[in-house]
Design a protein around this ligand. Structure first.
Ligand SMILES: [Mg+2]
Length: 452
């Protein structure tokens, strides 16, 4: 045989080898009857039906996090979580569309309910349900979720620490340095114009804006720009942080404030020498042509995505290179498989994926399985490093959940966590109960077809 022949084995040899590797299970003619015998199930998957959907709404984790449980007719349940800060209604309104369905048909049910999600917190219900369906499917077939996504690229997930801002750069630098000492290998700082606005001559803006107007007016319409003096002070702030943590560790920046596009560009250029990992959400994610202007004007990576529902807008951002990195929150995107698709689509355009996350360990593990199974993943956010009881909410995974900056990928079936009922009950939102019955959502009906 030609030594440059691309197939040194004969075709028949390959088939034989494959069959041997698989214990003969795929030898022609045998696949149909061998496969069901070899599937190790903890249930009767084809007879499995959804019977209920309930909520346990925890608070101060540090966010409000509505945990979600989908029950079945076979004493196996799935756990999910509505996006932090979102109303449980976004999930409960899906209950009547799910009762009686087989939860293992994850993608079919996702496509049935996805029209009831939207950007931001509105994506929380569909995403939470999707997590719970994967948890159920994994438990029923006795495999971890990452395996059902195609297997893992890594055994542990790099996390990055959200760190409370201080207006004193020395205090803030010290807090970030402590994260490094705890083992974190990726940092993020808040770098808002609020850090400098009390110094005269730093911000130009119309007087008399109420606090509400400042928060809810999208960036270009707030009429606020930063001066050269303000930019110099913010750069000095970052310089002091870099002095403390060094230039080697990736350091991202977020929460700049509602400044205009030109200010974003001027500030971004002034920060180039600090080699930041990314500049996050400088303007709303949907202003893609303005993002493109910013991205093309500065030599630092830009990033957005934590409020985007479904893959289509990530595809636009990635294919146009309006941003350099994407940042989906799996509890808004539509869930685990949609986020894996988002990562894979972005990778086609050479765009890497960091992941936003600010919930309980349930949603955290959904993110971990997805991060394990998505090649272009960089790092997963976490807002709960300083919540002492956060780990105690669940059992079934290694503790501490975040170990020296990494989360080991669970090997137990499904998401890999069970709830610690006592601890969850201690942190319920006042006025709510632990997975109380929800019969009021059994009959929700409408003519839901999106076309005629
Ligand atoms: Mg953010």
């Amino acid at each position: 045989m030609d030594r440059f022949h691309p197939y040194p084995m004969s075709r028949r040899g390959i088939l034989k080898g494959s069959a041997a590797a698989l214990g003969g299970a795929l030898w022609p003619g045998e696949a149909g009857r061998a496969a069901p015998q070899n599937v190790n199930t903890h249930s009767r998957p084809s007879d499995l039906r959804i019977t209920d959907l309930r909520i346990a709404h925890i608070t101060k984790a540090p966010m409000n996090c509505p945990l979600l449980r989908i029950d079945t007719n076979q004493d196996v349940y799935g756990l999910g979580e509505v996006r932090d800060g979102a109303s449980p209604t976004y999930a409960l309104m899906l209950k009547s569309r799910l009762i009686g369905e087989n939860p293992c048909e994850v993608d079919r049910l996702f496509r049935r309910v996805k029209q009831f999600g939207g950007h931001g917190r509105q994506g929380g219900g569909v995403s939470g349900v999707e997590m719970a369906l994967w948890d159920l499917a994994g438990k029923v077939y006795n495999v971890p979720v990452y395996q059902m996504l195609g297997g893992k690229f890594r055994d542990r997930i790099r996390t990055y620490a959200d760190t409370d801002m201080s207006p004193d750069p020395r205090v803030y630098a010290q807090r970030l340095k402590e994260r490094m000492d705890q083992g974190y290998t990726w940092l993020k700082m808040d770098l808002g114009v609020g850090l400098v606005e009390k110094t005269p001559g730093t911000i130009t803006r119309p007087a008399g804006l109420s606090e509400r107007e400042q928060i809810f007016t999208p960036h270009p319409f707030a009429g606020m720009e930063i001066t050269d003096k303000g930019i110099a002070l913010m750069a000095d702030f970052v310089a002091q942080v870099r002095d403390a943590v060094g230039m080697e560790i990736p350091l991202a920046a977020d929460h700049f404030g509602h400044i205009g596009v030109n200010s974003c560009i001027r500030l971004g250029r002034a920060l180039e020498r600090f080699n930041l990992a990314w500049l996050e959400d400088m303007i709303p994610w949907s202003y893609m042509e303005l993002w493109k202007q910013i991205t093309d004007s500065i030599n630092l990576p830009t990033l957005t995505g934590e409020d985007i529902y479904l893959k289509e807008d990530f595809l636009k951002l990635s294919s146009s290179h309006a941003i350099r990195k994407i940042h989906p929150d799996l509890a808004t995107t539509g869930g685990i498989l949609e986020t894996k698709k988002i990562g894979d689509l972005a990778q086609e355009y050479r765009v890497p994926m960091a992941m936003h996350f600010a919930g309980s360990p349930v949603s955290c593990m959904a993110s971990v399985h997805c991060a394990a199974a998505t090649q272009n993943f960089l790092a997963l956010e976490n807002h709960s490093f300083d919540v002492s009881w956060w780990d105690d909410l669940v059992n079934g995974v290694k503790k501490p959940i975040v170990d020296r900056g990494y989360i080991p990928v669970p090997e137990a079936p499904g998401l890999g966590v069970t709830l610690n009922e006592d601890v969850v009950k201690q942190h319920l939102l006042p006025g709510t109960n632990y997975f109380a019955p929800t019969p009021e959502w059994d009959k929700e009906r409408s003519w839901d077809r999106l076309w005629s």
